[in-house]
Design a protein around this ligand. Structure first.
Ligand code: GUN
Ligand code: FE
Length: 456
């Protein structure tokens, strides 16, 4: 073991492939001082394990009843919307944006207002086991920098985008970019701030080019951001084909689908994440695959604002990169465990009759259901593939972003009665884990949270 490296001993679950749970039983994970996993040693090699433990600077042993998981990757979070989590969800998307969301987001231009709320959000996401988050900040340049600074200081892996919304026909005058040029210049400034930040030398926090969605942007802004994406080689995020209203706006404006229009502006790249994407055609999916772009599947929010179910299994079978997102606050839960469950549940609602001898009245699409392990895969490894980052898997070469789940926490919602197989324990964790169960969270091997009661 190299100097500065550490060892974590315990049993871990991860899902490097769709539908395949791997149980790492009583292993030693060796993490270098760069936060990258150097080795995963099984008890089949007791001598090597003993030697690594002897050489380790620090050793953490998961106590009995604790199990390790890779950290969760939330591919779609509107950071400023956290204060309205659970509010105003009876409105349609376009009303919700204008009446509640834009006025709330506008308040973040006051950096003191922003600081407190962003701090609470980042702490809460980490406490829920979200080690990586892809954030929409707000239209305001300085508040977007502040969100990045807070993630840097709290140690969360984060991708942060200043939101671009410059079309005066769609955005209020007191909350928009005043021109396409200014929107692109401010985006460039935030990218430089994050990339040159003295405490972000590891690049754990990354910048993201973030046109809010086509309806809020002029053609000039979309073209300018596409050119910037090519120039800066940074991530891109936006909403795509979310609701009927948003989808039809693009069809009427350009005569082509949302995904095709984004591609025309140079906004579909190997580092692009499209939130929602409910109404992608097969040709759109082929286009995403050709570009290497990914989808942030936000199953809970889709129930509210899209009245739609993204055809997840079809997209996966075609080879689209997909991860999961909470879409705070369109999705009223900050938990990526909950995002896993909702993605399983909504996939079941789309499923047509499974017995060819007794065809059910048509209600969706055959072969739509996904299993729990696939949902967990998408919330971890799948998010990593979509972001093109080595995260979400507990194997050499990946960042050690992980959590320890305490299945015995009395104030948690996991109940083991004895006799459960490891696979049973995994299912109970995904169905029951709350922040009360999350005893430790590591990002790049650094303990970013130790549950307060665990220290007592
Ligand atoms: N489309 C444009 N902006 C938003 C937003 O803030 N939330 C959701 N769910 N959809 C959007
Ligand atoms: Fe969203």
């Amino acid at each position: 073991m190299r100097q500065g490296s550490q060892g974590i001993v315990g049993s871990f679950f991860h899902a490097p492939q769709q539908g395949q749970l791997e149980i790492l039983d009583d292993v030693l994970i060796v993490v270098g001082d760069d936060g990258i996993i150097a080795a995963v040693l099984s008890p089949d090699h007791p001598d090597r394990m003993r030697e690594e433990i002897r050489l380790s600077d620090r050793l953490h042993r998961l106590p009995q009843y604790q199990f390790g998981l890779p950290g969760l990757v939330d591919l779609h979070v509107h950071a400023p919307q956290y204060p309205q989590l659970g509010l105003a969800l009876d409105e349609p998307l376009e009303v919700w944006l204008g009446k509640y969301t834009f006025p709330l987001e506008a308040k973040y231009a006051d950096l003191d207002f922003a600081r407190r709320r962003y701090g609470v959000l980042v702490d809460d996401l980490i406490a829920n086991g979200t080690t990586t988050a892809l954030y929409f900040a707000t239209q305001d340049r300085e508040a977007s920098k502040l969100l990045a600074d807070i993630c840097i200081d709290k140690g969360q892996r984060a991708l942060v985008g200043k939101v671009v919304m410059d079309d005066p026909a769609a955005c209020p005058d007191d909350y928009r970019d005043m021109s396409a040029e200014e929107a692109v210049a401010d985006t460039r400034d935030v990218i430089a701030h994050i990339r040159n930040h003295p405490r972000n030398r590891s690049g754990r926090v990354l910048p993201v080019i973030t046109p809010r969605f086509i309806p809020s942007c002029t053609d000039a802004a979309l073209a300018g951001l596409g050119a910037l994406a090519a120039e800066c080689d940074c991530h891109v995020q936006t909403h795509c084909s979310e609701s009927d209203w948003a989808h039809h706006h693009v069809l009427e404006r350009f005569g082509i689908t949302d995904a095709a229009a984004l591609d025309g502006f140079g906004l579909l790249t190997g580092k692009t994440i499209l939130a929602h994407s409910n109404f992608l055609t097969d040709a759109d999916m082929d286009r995403l695959i050709a570009r290497g772009a990914g989808v942030a599947h936000c199953a809970l929010s889709n129930i509210y604002f899209a009245n739609a179910v993204f055809p997840l299994r079809h997209a996966l079978e075609k080879g689209v990169h997909v991860g999961l997102g909470t879409d705070i606050s369109g999705g009223p839960s900050a938990s990526m465990f909950s995002a896993c469950l909702t993605s399983v549940q909504s996939s079941r609602l789309l499923e047509d009759g499974v017995d060819p001898a007794r065809p059910a009245p048509e209600r969706g699409r055959a072969n739509s259901a996904i299993d729990l392990v696939t949902a967990f895969h998408l919330a971890t490894a799948g998010g990593g593939v979509a972001l093109d980052l080595p995260i979400g898997v507990l194997a050499p070469g990946y960042h050690f972003d992980a959590m320890a789940v305490d299945t015995s926490a009395e104030d948690g919602a996991i109940r083991l009665f004895g006799g459960e197989s490891p696979g049973d324990i995994f299912q109970k964790i995904i169905y029951g884990a709350t922040r009360a169960n999350i005893a430790n969270v590591w990002i790049d091997g650094v303990p970013v949270r130790v549950r307060p009661t665990a220290a007592a």
